[in-house]
Design a protein. Structure first.
Length: 202
C-alpha cells in the first residue's frame, strides 16, 4: 500500500514544528511523490517516522544519490507543491526509500539535498536510525562525493583509496591513461598508447 504523504507530512509538522520539509510531486508514470527534508532535520524526521507506532517505518530498503548540476531539472522531477524560487546552484541529492513492515506500507520516499556540488556537500548520516544505510552511504560517498557526517566508517567501498574523483557525477570525465588497467585492449589500448613513451629512433 502506498503511503498517504499529505497525512504523514501533517503528522511530522505537528510533532516537529521546527522541521523544514515539503511535499514534492512526481509527474512521471511511477507517481512516487516524496518529502524533501532539510538536512538539519533529516535524522529527527527519520527517527519520528520509525518510532511513531501509527507510522512504524522500520525498514530503510534503499539509499541512492543523484547529481543535479541544473537545479531546474531536479524541480521538474520532484515538483514543489507550491511555486517556489528555483535553487541558485546545482546540488547533490540523496533519496531514501522507507517501508513499514508491520503495516505493509511503502515506499515512503525522502529527499535531502546538499547546499552545492563543490564545498558544501555534507548531509547527516542516518545510520544511527537505520543500520542498513551504512554501506549505502559509503557507496554514495564514493561515487557522488556526499560526505555523511556522523557515519561510523566513511570510506570508499568500490573505488580504491587513492582514487581522486567521483565516477557518478554528471561532469566526471574518465581518464584516458588507464594506468590501473594491467592489460589494456581495444578502445582502452588506443587511449593508453597516447601515454606510452616515444620510441627512440635507431
Amino acid at each position: 500500500m502506498m503511503p498517504d504523504l499529505a497525512a504523514i507530512l501533517s503528522r511530522v509538522q505537528t510533532a516537529l514544528p521546527a522541521a523544514a520539509l515539503a511535499l514534492r510531486r512526481n509527474p512521471g508514470p511511477a507517481g512516487q511523490d516524496s518529502l524533501l527534508v532539510a538536512p538539519a532535520d533529516l535524522v529527527a524526521v527519520c527517527r519520528f517516522l520509525r518510532d511513531t507506532p501509527e507510522l512504524a517505518f522500520d525498514l530503510l530498503s534503499n539509499v541512492t544519490g543523484v547529481d543535479w548540476p541544473d537545479p531546474a531539472t531536479a524541480d521538474a522531477v520532484a515538483v514543489p507543491a507550491e511555486a517556489t524560487a528555483p535553487a541558485a546552484c546545482g546540488f547533490l541529492e540523496v533519496v531514501y526509500h522507507l517501508y513499514s513492515t508491520p503495516r505493509r506500507v511503502g515506499p515512503l520516499v525522502l529527499r535531502a539535498r546538499t547546499a552545492d556540488r563543490a564545498a558544501a556537500v555534507q548531509l547527516p548520516s542516518v545510520v544511527a536510525v537505520y543500520r542498513s544505510a551504512e554501506f549505502q552511504e559509503r557507496e554514495i560517498y564514493d561515487l557522488f562525493g556526499v560526505i555523511f557526517t556522523g557515519h561510523p566508517d566513511l570510506r570508499r567501498i568500490l573505488m580504491w583509496d587513492e582514487f581522486l574523483d567521483h565516477p557518478l557525477r554528471k561532469d566526471y570525465v574518465a581518464p584516458d591513461d588507464y594506468q590501473y588497467e594491467p592489460t589494456p585492449h581495444d578502445a582502452v589500448l588506443e587511449k593508453a598508447k597516447l601515454h606510452y613513451p616515444a620510441k627512440a629512433e635507431s
